[in-house]
Design a protein around this ligand. Structure first.
Ligand code: ADP
Ligand code: MG
Length: 347
């Protein structure tokens, strides 16, 4: 299987990463010890300065992978490397020092903001924890960060509950930026926000990424959000990576039936007077990650599935420059540049 290569030297690399969680231990049925296959054999490379988008339905393993990427958890197997350093091989001081370079931003800013702490103290907390600057210098940094995320400075004196969801997510970003990280992993950064506020926060994420030359991994169940933000997109289904490629390519000429289904659920501009509708393009429910389907995990919901899909795990194959998909019966033939003419513009 060929690794997915990024255009720039990799800052972040996941190599055959899997994560299993034990479930049901000691429950009434006394079954054999079962595990949730949250992430299975995922390899991803993210270049410095790149925005990599990760998309897939709720429960497909995106948050688990994000925690592995910032070393909040360790993989059951495989490796996560930052600058080539295997995070499982270092510990203590070195890991703490490296952690300054990567920050996780959550869907729910409430989870990362202490409700009893004033906003200014929350934003300054990572600096204080690392003993960076005097109290006064930290206050100046907080003021600058609040400016940068479009909040007025007096917000520093308020408590999280006094702010709107959009303002809290701006505070979350200010906090994530405080240690001048190189990598920000943003897990569903706009999913908890009203649609009207989402665009503002998305634009802010883009601006800060460009301004600081940051590397982002942005995670969302919403392909429209990911397509807008990301240079490259990885599509996950039930713990596995099914397709990776340049964002426009994934959006306009997906090779995997699951990705095509995701694209179809994006509302299109409707003729005047009609409402844009989201179609339920992917039938059925997500199977249990405790007993994922054999072969291709998507086969139970796939319109193109055949017998082979139940027995053979599809490997990622090339569908164009930097574009790979794992499917036995893709929407067009594999091999470099094999997209039928017109498929790029025809969607
Ligand atoms: P997503 O972020 O894409 O919604 P998650 O990574 O949160 O997906 O979850 C993937 C799967 O792993 C789900 O079935 C979830 O229930 C399970 N899972 C996640 N974290 C844990 C955990 N700590 N213990 C047990 N199961 C977990
Ligand atoms: Mg999640």
């Amino acid at each position: 299987m060929s690794a997915v290569s990024a255009p720039t030297p990799p800052l972040l690399e996941a190599r055959h990463v899997s994560k299993e969680y034990p479930v049901g231990a000691g429950l009434t049925l006394r079954r054999r010890r079962e595990v949730v296959h949250a992430v299975t054999d995922v390899s991803i490379t993210v270049g410095a300065g790149e925005v990599f988008g990760l998309v897939g339905e709720s429960g497909c393993g995106k948050s688990t992978l994000s925690r592995l990427m910032v070393a909040l958890e360790r993989p059951s197997s495989g490796e996560v490397r930052i600058d080539g350093i295997n995070l499982s091989e270092i510990g203590g001081r070195r890991l703490r020092a490296l952690r300054r370079d990567f920050q996780l931003m959550f869907q729910d800013p409430d989870a990362s903001l202490d409700p009893r702490m004033r906003v200014g103290a929350s934003v300054a907390e990572p600096l204080a924890a690392q003993r960076i600057g005097t109290r006064r210098e930290r206050a100046a940094t907080v003021a600058r960060l609040l400016d940068e995320v479009g909040l007025s400075r007096d917000v520093a004196e308020r408590f999280p509950h006094e702010l709107s969801g959009g303002q809290r997510q701006r505070v979350g970003l200010a906090r994530a930026l405080s240690l001048q990280p190189r990598l920000i992993v943003a897990d569903e950064p706009v999913s908890a926000l009203d649609v009207s506020v989402q665009a503002q926060v998305i634009n802010l994420l883009r601006e800060t990424q460009v301004q600081h030359g940051l590397t982002y991994v942005v995670i969302s169940h919403d392909l429209a959000v990911i397509h807008y933000l990301a240079d490259r997109i990885g599509v996950m289904y039930l713990g596995v990576l099914v397709e990776v490629g340049p964002a426009d390519r994934i959006y306009a000429a997906p090779a995997h039936p699951y990705t095509a289904g995701l694209v179809e659920t994006i509302p299109r501009p409707a003729p005047a007077g009609q409402r844009g509708r989201r179609q339920a393009a992917i039938r059925g429910e997500l199977p249990s990650p405790v007993n994922p389907p054999s072969g291709c995990r998507f086969r139970t919901r796939c319109p193109s599935a055949q017998d082979r899909c139940a027995v053979e795990v599809p490997q990622l194959r090339e569908f164009g420059a930097g574009h790979t998909a794992a499917c036995h019966f893709p929407l067009y033939p594999a091999a470099a540049g094999a997209a039928p003419s017109g498929s790029l513009s025809g969607v």
